[in-house]
Design a protein around this ligand. Structure first.
Ligand SMILES: *Cc1c(COP(=O)(O)O)cnc(C)c1O
Length: 391
């Protein structure tokens, strides 16, 4: 499906795990939306162009990829905010418990948001952070909520969703999964897992574009009991009644906060149409083939790089990471030669394998360029050693 994307000539893009590329048709759709809807219809667009229904309509498109029933996923805001919404609801559901359990492989914003919420609640909650492999054993009946990211953003290690959810429920805890590196990368059956909440972003594997809105899933049998902490007017049962009293909207509508990002949603909605043609099991098999090929090539030619991802592909998401002490400079050298991956502190070179637009030729091509950089120490120049703001 490479022909479905606008990829610059000569670039090998191994960073779809951080920002997906531009799908063909998105630029035209967004331009037409701006001119024909915003430009011509102005405020009528909320009704005639369906802007108000768009956050749930796009939520349903995401739902199909993560095994969520229609009407259980809402889009909007950023993932950091969706983490806050899910966790605040979970803590209210278990108000007699004080522990939020997470792991040290989690993305910092998830932990920061949890800490901020705990500080402001000021009810003696504690964020307990354990090593990823200790999560299951750390779940006990003091835990109110387990908040973890299924696929580790640095190493690609995958948590066992069903087993950890079952463990959490066995101890009476609420389960929140962050699917930032799962949605569009690996098959997910969130409904089958029985977790209460899932959250994720859409600018990574879902190709919604920089700043594309996040999503939140809430299990249907609990959603009507949730009292939203972020009780914005568009999550109200009747926003245009402008009532003085807040009453949460029906179902997952209450996870809305304020005005949706209509232009970003137009881009995301168009990007999501690509997924109609994708079978997630086929995609996963292709991703494993590409990742295995890359690991084999790099291990053959780059002895200074050591694998940071699990060796077993079943334990890995759709990315492969290597440790290298000069990884930042080596990644800069790669980028200068048209191979785009990224660097995560302290020493991780990260490569995303997204079969929608990558093939084996891209993988062997990228590995060959990396081999040359390592063999000839092409990274060892001041230009590549100096760090930029975004790595
Ligand atoms: C990418 C990512 C985020 C980013 O959060 P934003 O609010 O969208 O910037 C959060 N959590 C995880 C696990 C991520 O991988």
């Amino acid at each position: 499906m490479k022909h479905c994307f606008e990829l610059p000539e000569g670039m090998i893009y191994l960073d779809g795990n951080s920002l997906g590329p531009l799908p063909k048709g998105v630029a035209e759709t967004v331009a037409a939306m701006i001119i024909e809807q915003w430009g011509a219809n102005l405020i009528k667009g909320w009704n005639v162009d369906g802007w108000m229904a768009q956050p749930s309509r796009v939520g349903d498109m995401i739902g199909r990829l993560i095994g969520a029933p229609q009407g259980s996923v809402m889009t909007g805001d950023t993932l950091s905010l969706k983490v806050y919404q899910a966790l605040s609801a979970a803590l209210q559901m278990r108000s007699d418990r004080k522990v939020v359990l997470s792991d040290s492989g989690n993305f910092p914003t998830d932990l920061y948001m949890a800490e901020g919420l705990i500080r402001h609640l000021n009810h003696g909650h504690e964020l307990r952070v354990v090593a990823p492999e200790e999560v299951a054993d750390a779940i006990d009946d003091s835990v109110a909520a387990v908040l973890i990211t299924q696929v580790d953003y640095r190493t690609g290690r995958v948590h066992d969703m069903d087993a950890i959810t079952a463990k959490a429920h066995g101890a009476g805890a609420v389960m929140i999964w962050d699917l930032a590196h799962s949605a569009g990368a690996i098959p997910v059956d969130i409904d089958g897992s029985n977790a209460e909440f899932a959250v994720g972003c859409t600018y990574k594997y879902l190709n919604g574009g920089p700043g594309a809105p996040a999503f939140i899933y809430v299990r249907s049998d609990i959603v009507d009991d949730i009292d939203p902490a972020l009780s914005g007017w568009l999550g109200h049962e009747a926003p245009f009644a402008f009532d003085r009293d807040y009453r949460p909207g029906a179902g997952v509508e209450r996870m809305r906060i304020g005005t949706p990002p209509v232009i970003q949603l137009a881009a995301l909605e168009q990007a999501m149409k690509l997924w109609d043609q994708v079978d997630m099991d086929d995609l996963r098999a292709a991703s494993i083939r590409l990742s295995e090929l890359f690991i084999a090539e790099v291990e053959k030619t780059c002895p200074d790089l050591t694998l940071a991802s699990p060796r077993d592909p079943a334990q890995r998401g759709s990315q492969v990471s290597f440790h290298f002490e000069n990884g930042y400079a080596a990644m800069q050298a790669l980028i200068a030669r048209g191979v785009i991956g990224d660097f995560r502190a302290p020493d991780i070179m990260r490569f995303g394998f997204t079969p929608l637009y990558l093939d084996e030729g891209d993988v062997t091509g990228a590995a060959a360029i990396l081999a040359e950089i390592m063999r000839d120490r092409l990274w060892d120049t001041p230009q590549y050693l100096a760090r930029q703001r975004v790595t």
